[in-house]
Design a protein around this ligand. Structure first.
Ligand SMILES: [Cu+2]
Length: 627
């Protein structure tokens, strides 16, 4: 039995869910399991558990793809009773591409004479050196693809050192797979481009530098956190680590102990969808648009982390369990890392008359996971600070998608990053879902702008700044963009709770680096990724509204998710509010990103605003003080 209803499914439960589906769902035996993950308890079940220890039934959400009929099914299994609670065919959708299917196409494509011939035309005969990767195809209305389960493949040759499968791109060659039939539908060949020279070794051409002295992180008295299963308590923060096969790392029940009571802030926080549209319209390159969460799954792609490499200091690791496409449990050891980090100065005051000062260092709790999806590596980092701030940060690394260009040619829609290798301009768009509960279940949404006041009798010196706060009371009003000219941000308030100043308690979402999408709104990709076009969205909680591009973005014709949900125009005033934030990260790779890209960061913060009466970190022991 799990210690808490929100604990991720463990291996035996995954196996039991798969067995139940096989026995009770009447699926063709050649079907595969897209997803087996925790079906989280409802709001009512959670309340009953918290108030009276009533343990809700353990349930699994399961999604399967039936190859024989090209149909996607989903439902729920009651694991306590080994019973199928619901099971439905979802018409007109395609399941995600699980890792086994992603890997299987390489072999199938290489067995096809048309692919072998196209490779030979490029002087490539050693098929073992070739990587043929299965990318979700999007939905471009291309003849012959409709109604089929398709993958649009990209190809590379491994480098001589054998450490970079993406080292030598084969441009313009795209086997198009019929995944249900397990065969190549056609081969898109837009012309031979010479293989670029091998510059791809992920190691220096000369020796390693020898002037890096040891830097040890030691915590002689151990960490400051306490752990009970997946529940964590650290510096007044309470948070529960969770896992979803699709989203990966999920955080539940984020709250802060203040004056002897636990004040809730978020029910659940996750990176709920992402898309990476590439900007080259030529050949088959327009089909590169990866919804890494909804088309592939972040949870299935988590790395097993290594001490001293991915994380330093006193680490606590959480294990999770994914599964393969046969429904067999696939445990991921050390999938989630938790540790404390020194974060420099938190606050300091120096009395300039006396020279006396008081300074306090900042420490943050870091909870993180790293996912490897094809060439790219994404780190998902959550931070909790001693001053009540919550941060989340994406760390993007790995190999920027390389393609070949003819010698002497400058790529129009990308940058030359190595001899004969271009990487196209693209955007990584992440959408975070924050299920809010600031000081209670009912919240409201406020937007804050700053406006320069016109010159006039009230503003004779031209320095006045007006603070404009407006309620975003309905979903139609709450789909918003960042406005640099107004330093725009949003806060989630509890209108029934006040601080010592009589202000409503609140948390403010403070955007970090961001940009707008370059996709034309009419484009097929934009239709599927409508969430990209607004930085801030707020909706009334609906347990079915979890993923901002909908449940099935793979090959979807578009229009699902946030843009559709907000048409309901539900009230957001003193309601159960969910905030969705889009972080668009614009990326043109550089030569310095080859053959592997130093981490690029993108982040956002939630800061308490009037949640506390004053600086909540005044009580930290100073690290430097004069008497
Ligand atoms: Cu990038």
């Amino acid at each position: 039995m799990p210690a808490h209803p929100l604990e991720p499914l463990f291996a035996e439960e995954i196996a039991a869910a798969a067995a139940c589906i096989r026995a009770q769902a009447s699926l063709d035996p050649n079907s595969f399991f897209e997803t087996i993950t925790l079906d989280e308890p409802s709001r009512a079940e959670r309340a009953a558990f918290n108030e009276s220890d009533t343990v809700p039934p353990r349930r699994a959400y399961v999604c399967c793809y039936e190859r024989a009929s090209n149909r996607t099914f989903r439902g729920r299994v009651d694991l306590d009773q080994d019973k199928l609670l619901s099971w439905e065919h979802v018409p007109g959708v395609q399941a995600r591409i699980p890792p086994d299917e992603f890997d299987a196409s390489d072999k199938i494509a290489k067995a096809d004479p048309r692919v072998v011939e196209a490779l030979a035309k490029r002087g490539i005969t050693d098929l073992d050196s070739v990587l043929i990767e299965t990318w979700a195809p999007g939905n471009f209305g291309i003849e012959g693809e409709e109604g089929k389960r398709i993958a649009y493949c990209h190809c590379w040759v491994i480098n001589d050192a054998g450490d970079n499968r993406y080292g030598r791109p084969i441009a313009n060659l795209h086997p198009v797979m019929d995944l249900a039939a397990g065969k190549v539908l056609r081969v898109d060949d837009f012309g031979v481009v010479p293989l670029p020279p091998d510059t791809a070794a992920i190691r220096p051409s000369e020796g390693l530098r020898d002037d890096v002295k040891p830097l040890d992180i030691t915590q002689p008295e151990g960490p400051s956190f306490e752990i009970d299963g997946y529940a964590v308590r650290w510096q007044r923060w309470n948070v529960r680590v969770g896992f979803d096969l699709r989203e990966g790392l999920v955080l539940h029940d984020i709250g802060y102990e203040d004056g002897g009571r636990l004040r809730p802030i978020m029910n659940r926080a996750s990176m709920a969808e992402m898309v990476v549209p590439y900007g080259d319209p030529n050949g088959g390159n327009f089909r590169r648009n990866a919804f890494d969460t909804g088309e592939y799954g972040i949870g299935t792609a988590l790395d097993s982390l290594k001490l001293g490499c991915d994380c330093l200091g006193h680490i606590h690791y959480f294990d999770v369990c994914a599964h393969d496409w046969d429904g067999k449990p696939a445990p991921i050891r050390n999938a989630v890392c938790m540790h404390e980090e020194d974060f420099g100065l938190l606050w300091k005051h120096t009395d300039s008359h006396t020279g006396k000062f008081r300074a306090v260092r900042s420490r943050r709790l870091v909870i993180s996971s790293i996912a490897t999806i094809g060439n790219y590596v994404y780190g998902f980092f959550w931070y909790f600070y001693q001053d009540g701030t919550i941060g989340t940060e994406i760390k993007a690394t790995g190999i920027p998608f390389p393609t070949a260009v003819p010698p002497g040619e400058q790529p129009k829609y990308g940058a030359l990053i190595a001899p004969g290798i271009a990487s196209h301009v693209h955007q990584h768009s992440f959408n975070f879902r924050f299920d809010m509960c600031v000081d209670g279940p009912e919240n409201a949404v406020r937007e804050q702008d700053f406006e320069a006041a016109p010159l006039g009798p009230d503003n004779p010196h031209g320095n006045a700044v007006t603070i404009v706060e407006r309620p975003l009371s309905r979903e139609s009003e709450a789909a918003r963009e960042i406005d640099l000219a107004r330093s725009r941000s949003w806060k989630i308030v509890n209108t029934s709770q006040t601080n010592a100043l009589g202000q409503h308690t609140a948390y403010r979402l403070v955007p970090g680096q961001n940009t707008l999408p370059y996709l034309q709104p009419e484009s097929p990709v934009a239709q599927r990724a409508g969430f990209m076009f607004k930085h801030f969205w707020a909706t009334q909680y609906d347990p079915q509204q979890l993923y901002p591009a909908g449940w099935f973005p793979n090959q979807h014709p578009g229009g699902d998710g946030l843009p559709r949900w907000v048409e309901a125009d539900r009230s957001l005033e003193d309601e159960d509010v969910v905030v969705w934030y889009t972080m668009n990260f614009h990326h043109l790779p550089r030569p310095e990103d080859w053959p592997v890209q130093p981490v690029v960061y993108a982040s956002l913060h939630w800061m308490p605003e009037g949640f506390f009466d004053q600086n909540p970190a005044l009580d930290l022991p100073p690290h430097a003080i004069t008497s």
